[in-house]
Design a protein around this ligand. Sequence first.
Ligand code: NAD
Length: 366
Amino acid sequence: MEFQIGVISGDGIGPEIVAEAKKVLDRVGEKYGHTFHYTEILMGGCSIDAKGVPLTDEAIEQAKASDAVLMGSIGGNTSTSPWYRLAPELRPEAGLLKLRKSLNLFANLRPAYLYQELKAACPLRDDIIGDGFDMMIMRELTGGLYFGERKTEEKDGVLTATDTLTYNENEIRRIAKRGFDIARKRRKKVTSVDKANVLDSSRLWRKIVEEVAKDYPDVSYEHMLVDNCAMQLVKDPKQFDVILTENMFGDILSDEASMVTGSIGMLSSASLNDTKFGLYEPSGGSAPDIAGKGIANPIATILSAAMMLRYSFDLDKEADAVEAAVSGVLKEGYRTIDIMPQPGEPQEGITQVGTAEMGDRIAERI
Ligand code: NAD
């Protein structure tokens, strides 16, 4: 099959890590008989330098014309880069927010998976980790408290701030469907997280999730209050498959879940709309401190490409092959500097490699 992939290499380590993801995709293409066509799309600091704005209309059109977009990262050193002396709407990150909005990317997916080989980076006790955990946080990205009306006013001489949390049934239904669809591709369990003992928006969330669940009799589901979920994530993370939740709860829980997996260089993500289209990117930033040194970890970007194969192209077998290749290379002991064992931890059988060698080794194992 043939696929059009928009590629936003971006700034800092972006171009280095994206090059490795493309290397792996090309190997997948060779092995499984697919052709991936790439269109470079300018966004972030590099677009400011070339076009004067972080994202042009032309770039948005290029993204819309693609089957999916693979992104590295954007932005620079926020204290020293001249990009951060520009007005907020002209800074690199404004490009990403505009792109997400233009493409209506309402569903954010962040896997939290613990590789046995990187167990030492997990702050949880061995008896809690057991033989690892593998969950997916599905967060609503364009509604709720972050997008509601807000104001600060003086009431009877007292400064008073108000934020509004609004969800309508359509917004809940579309993200819930996405959550159940993703669960179907995994272990078929959804934990819907809300605060239905207090919030009306959560009570509506629960009602709609129950309606949607009826269309997925093969997927089991449960409701969990957000405060309990925050505890369960560190008490027994193995119980989770797909966590489905609204914007602010997802913001907090996804950071908590990713923290228990260790390095930022390992964390992939996807943002989806109601078509097969998605924007796939590592969870980390442009890491200006290590840009150009050839030492960045490309695995999060490679795993983001695997998500693209699975969720935008329905190439599950190929996605499995990429994930297995990452696992295999870690088992063989290859590590970029950010996931090297710490002093005092066992070092035998471990070899430090740079960005390109990590990409080569993963591609070779496909
Ligand atoms: P960062 O994630 O870029 O870096 C934090 C730390 O993690 C650094 O020490 C960095 O070296 C390390 N790190 C990150 N990715 C790594 C990788 N793949 N391999 C090895 N080490 C890695 O966060 P920051 O320093 O706060 O932000 C730098 C810039 O990135 C800022 O301009 C910020 O706005 C931007 N940013 C962009 C995105 C995005 O493109 N979606 C996300 C977050 C931050």
